[in-house]
Design a protein around this ligand. Structure first.
Ligand SMILES: [Zn+2]
Length: 278
């Protein structure tokens, strides 16, 4: 027996044909859409039952947007356009703000970097200036020290007479420099006067100066003294005028050099080592 053949008790009821039921509403809908545009504004009380029904359908259709009011549509579109425009403007403004903020941030960073660099430049310039000033000060101090520590000849115009050594069987621990009475007698360098006065040992008007390096000079037989004990003197300063006071046979400067205030040494040799050639 073929299985396609249905033999059960419950034979399925024939489905009702809906073709006709479907066609009619479509036709009705089509007509009511056209008719509804005409009757939409008519009062319900003035309409026949059929027309009222069509108005309801028409309103429903209109509610579905099938018969949208053109003005409303364009107004809505305008609203949407306006809204879109506002959004665009907001977005543009946000972009501008972000851009401006970035620009401002960048400018601030650049300004800060420039300020830091300027400060560093100023500091470097000040440092260089301070270094140059310190160097100049140091150089000036060195020059001043060199000036203060220089050695000079005791008298300008002289004749070497008795030198360092034995003379007439007696030690002469000095160099005699014959010069006219009243010749300026100079301090040999920077120092302090440790004796200035009359000598009872035959040196006449006598001056002793202790110099910056500890060396002590004796200069005797002066006609006149210009300094006193404790006075500081500079290289070449006139401390006395030459003469022939004390045990002297003629006008001259009797010069002794006592390194570290010790035993006398030959003045010519010592002065030569200090750049002074007698
Ligand atoms: Zn002498």
């Amino acid at each position: 027996m073929p299985k396609t053949s249905y033999t059960g008790r419950h034979r399925p009821a024939a489905k009702p044909s809906r073709g006709r039921q479907f066609v009619v509403p479509v036709a009705l809908l089509s007509s009511t859409v056209a008719g509804g545009l005409v009757i939409r504004d008519a009062g319900a009380s003035q309409l026949s039952p059929e027309a009222a029904a069509m108005k309801n359908v028409s309103n429903s259709v209109a509610g579905l947007g099938l018969a949208a009011d053109p003005e409303a549509v364009s107004a809505a579109a305008a609203n949407r356009a306006g809204a879109r425009s506002s959004r665009d403007m907001a977005r543009d403004a946000k972009t501008l703000i972000v851009g401006a903020t970035q620009t401002a941030t960048q400018s601030a960073a650049e300004a800060q970097a420039a300020a830091v660099k300027a400060a560093a430049d100023r500091a470097a310039a000040q440092k260089a200036k301070a270094a140059a000033a310190a160097k100049a000060k140091q150089a000036a101090a060195a020059r001043a020290l060199a000036r203060a520590h220089r050695w000079v000849s005791p008298v300008a115009g002289y004749t070497l007479t008795s030198g360092f050594g034995f003379r007439w069987g007696k030690m002469h621990p000095a160099q005699d420099l014959a010069c006219p009475v009243g010749s300026p007698v100079h301090s040999l360098s920077s120092g302090t006067v440790i004796f200035a006065g009359w000598s009872n040992e035959g040196y006449g008007n006598f001056v002793k100066i202790r110099y910056w390096d500890g060396t002590v000079s004796w200069m005797a037989h002066n006609s006149r003294l210009l300094v006193s004990v404790g006075e500081t003197v500079t290289p070449g300063q006139v401390v006395a005028y030459s003469g022939s006071t004390g045990n002297s046979t003629g006008p001259h400067v009797h010069l002794e050099i006592h390194p570290d205030d010790g035993a006398a040494v030959a003045p010519i040799t010592w002065l030569a080592k200090h750049g002074v050639m007698l």
